[in-house]
Design a protein around this ligand. Structure first.
Ligand SMILES: *Cc1c(COP(=O)(O)O)cnc(C)c1O
Length: 230
């Protein structure tokens, strides 16, 4: 087994144990392999090892790499999207996990309508209310979703958040729990054109806690590919 395959097996077994602790089925938990800065050759190896969801932060970088990776894979945008790159993003990604403002959502709607396409999106929540992070305010997330639910070419499928960084992953538990509560609250409201299916939270450092708190989509980079060079 290569190191990459070992890493993937290790992540999967840790997900399984965390899911079992929480009484959940690990099959319902998707891994998005975060491939920023990773070369197409290595991404291909990860795909050949069975990973099917790939997450990129930058539109341009994804465009350069996407044509070099073969297989039945889906690319998700997980980084902040500038409005002038929406058109290109719609060409590349099956899901935009980082919808964080009304002007961005409006631009996505406009561009998607022009090409008669619908796009799955997650709404990014700034769950730690950090100045350095993008995302809707936790208190306004529901009203934000009620607004963008009116955009017919944009399908809200859930929420995404990056928890504040903590040395001890146990310290992020309250943030994950809050996000889960917001998720459930919106889900129970049954907003037309909104399907609350995905709760995208948890990264290499904290995914086990995220699983225990209800995440069903994990975004994992270094845990799979090793430390990134800057
Ligand atoms: C880089 C990144 C990740 C993965 O981080 P790791 O700590 O390498 O697992 C997840 N989500 C987003 C939005 C990222 O930018």
């Amino acid at each position: 087994m290569s190191l990459l395959e070992e890493n993937i097996a290790n992540i999967k077994s840790r997900i399984k144990f965390a899911a079992e602790r929480a009484g959940r089925n690990p099959k319902n938990i998707d891994i998005v392999a975060v491939t920023k800065t990773i070369t197409p050759e290595i991404i291909q190896k990860a795909v050949d090892s069975g990973l099917v969801l790939l997450g990129e932060n930058r539109v341009q970088e994804a465009r350069d790499k996407k044509e070099l990776v073969n297989g039945n894979v889906q690319w998700h945008l997980i980084g902040h999207l500038q409005r002038n790159k929406v058109k290109m993003a719609l060409d590349l990604f099956s899901m935009i996990q980082s919808v964080d403002s009304l002007p961005l959502a409006e631009e996505i709607q406009k561009r998607a309508e022009q090409i008669q396409q619908t796009i799955d999106v997650l709404v990014q929540v700034n769950i730690g209310r950090e100045k350095t992070k993008y995302g809707t305010d936790p208190d306004n997330t529901k009203s934000f979703i009620e607004k963008i639910a009116l955009f017919p070419n944009l399908k809200v499928r859930g929420l995404m958040a990056i928890a504040p960084f903590k040395q001890n992953p146990e310290d992020v538990r309250p943030y994950f729990r809050q996000l889960r509560e917001i998720f459930e609250n919106i889900k129970q409201t049954h907003i037309d054109n909104v399907n609350m299916e995905y709760l995208s939270m948890g990264m290499s450092n904290d995914f086990e806690v995220a699983v225990e708190e209800g995440a069903n989509m994990l975004r994992i980079g270094t845990g799979i590919f090793g430390a990134r060079e800057k």
